[in-house]
Design a protein around this ligand. Structure first.
Ligand code: HEM
Ligand code: HEM
Length: 160
């Protein structure tokens, strides 16, 4: 959870202090991306919560985290869909407005396409896991979700 809080604060500092822009379009796009990645990071935090629940020998921690995770999971799908909706706005601004200026094969654009592409299997695997939780489906959703997060962090850090 500390790692995730650090990631959120780190992304805020990076986006707004290290990479400030003056164009209204780019600022809107950055703002959308910022909102969406906070939501995605909250979702991926479930991995660490479940991990601690599985590994901790302390019963008290197990029970309180299990209760906390139950509350968080009520929001998991809503958070995923809201963030997806927001990131579509971000991608559209960049594809339709920034692409023609910086070029569609710019590294920032390419890492963006990959992040967007990885979001689709993350959602699908989440849906499969929601329908029926087999060992394979659990592992699939977890692995694809983490790959997606690593990819969008690379995308965020790629310079424009
Ligand atoms: C087709 C998909 C995408 C394209 C073409 C794209 C393109 C870009 C571009 C050109 C920028 C830099 C300027 C700006 O902020 O507008 C950017 C920034 C950013 N993108 Fe994307 N993106 C895509 C998808 C995504 C996805 C799926 C995520 C995360 C889930 C994401 C997260 C971010 C973040 C956090 C920034 C801010 C970093 C900075 O200010 O340099 N993007 N994107
Ligand atoms: C794109 C955003 C998403 C991310 C980053 C994400 C990430 C995660 C992570 C990391 C876990 C914990 C996995 C584990 O440690 O076993 C999890 C669990 C889960 N996710 Fe997602 N997920 C997303 C979207 C979805 C969607 C769209 C659905 C369903 C339609 C979904 C359904 C589930 C379910 C049912 C669990 C298991 C909860 C439990 O064991 O009680 N996820 N997700």
């Amino acid at each position: 959870m500390f790692t995730n809080i650090f990631l959120i604060i780190g992304s805020i500092i990076y986006i707004w202090i290290v990479r400030p822009h003056t164009s209204v379009l780019i600022i809107s796009s950055q703002l959308l991306a910022q909102m969406a990645i906070i939501l995605f990071i909250i979702n991926v935090n479930m991995y660490f919560i479940f991990l601690v629940i599985r590994k901790t020998p302390q019963r008290k921690i197990k029970i309180s985290l299990a209760n906390f995770s139950r509350k968080m999971m009520k929001w998991h799908i809503k958070i995923a869909l809201t963030a997806t909706f927001i990131i579509i706005g971000h991608a559209s601004i960049n594809i339709f407005h920034l692409g023609p200026i910086v070029g569609y094969s710019h590294l920032k654009m390419v890492t963006g396409y990959f992040s967007g592409l990885l979001l689709i299997p993350t959602l699908l695997a989440g849906y499969l896991r929601h329908k029926k939780a087999s060992g394979f489906r659990k592992k699939l959703h977890r692995t694809v979700a983490i790959t997606f997060v690593v990819m969008f962090l690379i995308h965020m850090l790629t310079s424009l």
